[in-house]
Design a protein around this ligand. Structure first.
Ligand code: CA
Ligand code: CA
Ligand code: CA
Length: 197
């Protein structure tokens, strides 16, 4: 009698285990989230001027089919936008940054879903935002930036790093003329309205 009980219990356990063994692979297949690779931004750095754009790219594949691929642009003043399929598994969207976005390297989260409702939100696209003329990187453009740039050009200690592009007059060189140009721009001189990024 006791032996019979043990046998029955063993059989029951084998049955349960075998049920799991056949069920688990089916569950695993249904639960495979999209694979997100190759996040990139081209160009990888743009000024916060509201007009310059960068193309954000990502590759999304899935064992069944990709449903949506979205990138969250709220950090740079945008919305949670759906990306467009451009080539096989490549998704892409073009974005600018709103004026006033603080200089920073932003990690823009990507959320990809498949037709079964699985999602992958582990990948983000890196985009560096620089402010036109914000040489010291404090988020505002004022005379301190012109002074900072002058000290940078003169090789002062502690001024080795500049934020954004120091080529204010856009002649492909960073020198004292750029600091002077920036000072004139800030002071509102005529002919100095436009500055490089
Ligand atoms: Ca899937
Ligand atoms: Ca500044
Ligand atoms: Ca220059």
């Amino acid at each position: 009698m006791k032996k019979e009980k043990i046998l029955m219990t063993t059989l029951a356990m084998i049955l349960i285990v075998s049920l799991f063994v056949t069920t688990i692979p089916a569950m695993a297949i249904a639960g495979v989230a999209p694979v997100v690779t190759s996040p990139s931004a081209n160009p990888s750095s743009i000024p916060a001027d509201g007009t310059t754009v960068s193309q954000l790219n990502v590759t999304v594949t899935d064992d069944t089919a990709v449903d949506t691929a979205k990138v969250d642009l709220t950090q740079i003043g945008g919305s949670k936008k759906t990306k467009y399929l451009i080539d096989d598994n490549k998704y892409s969207i073009v974005t600018n940054t709103t004026v006033g976005t603080l200089p920073n390297t932003y990690s823009l989260p990507v959320n990809a879903t498949d037709i079964e409702g699985n999602s992958n939100a582990e990948v983000s696209i890196q985009l560096e935002v620089v402010s036109k003329g914000d040489i010291n990187g404090d988020g505002v453009v004022n005379l301190n930036d012109a002074i900072y740039l002058a000290k940078h050009v003169a090789g002062w200690e502690g001024y080795g790093v500049i934020y954004g592009n120091g080529d204010i007059n856009g002649n492909s060189e960073v020198d004292l003329n750029d600091a002077i140009y920036l000072a004139k721009h800030i002071a509102g001189w005529e002919g100095y309205e436009e500055i490089g990024c």
